[in-house]
Ligand binder design. Sequence first.
Ligand SMILES: [Zn+2]
Length: 238
Amino acid sequence: MAVLIFSGGLDSTTLLWFLAKKAEKIHALTFNYGQRHAKEIEHAKKIVDLARDEGMEVEHMIVDISSIRDLIAVGALAGDEEVPKAHYEDEAQRVTIVPNRNMIFLSIAVGYAIKVGDNAVYYSAHRGDYANYPDCRKEFVKAMDTAVYLANIFTPVEIKAPFIDMNKVEIIKLGLKLGAPYHLTWTCYEGKERPCLSCGACIERTEAFLKNGVKDPALSDKEWEKAVEIYKRTCKRR
Ligand SMILES: [Zn+2]
């Protein structure tokens, strides 16, 4: 049994399929931290419904901590700044950092793990996050694991990030093999009706499917064509 921090994006959906296929019971937590749009929460719910239809044992909880928004309302995801149109690993993406986000999520998830008797908390940090998100780096995972152990020494819980050495292309490759429902995932940093295709998250997503030789199943043929064009243009600029 394990707790999973589950956003409804590509990485955590792959991790859900990865863990649930090993016949683990998963307690998935989706956080509403007052982010500018709640689209990913709706997508997370649909993905869990499908996981259950496929016989996986998943409990899902939407954790509403939106009252902390005013405390952390800076940048482009929690605050009012514009979402940058640049590659995911470009320094311009640092405006999308939500202050101390993973530390907050993991802390809450560990408390929950102890309550329900789980001994591990999983999250889907990966190598592509290194450039701009320090709380997705190996050093952080290791330090957090130690801190969590010391803070809960009578009821030990481990912090696990099994994708930490993988890039997005490798994660998608794994998920395609596992049959992860990528058509239901939401990645775009903008909360519009359809993905914008040009924010850092959209561009990284396009790159990952393109390098796996498949079309993004969440997009129409026309959108996919446009996404590839935007990705290629962005690569030239870098
Ligand atoms: Zn986007």
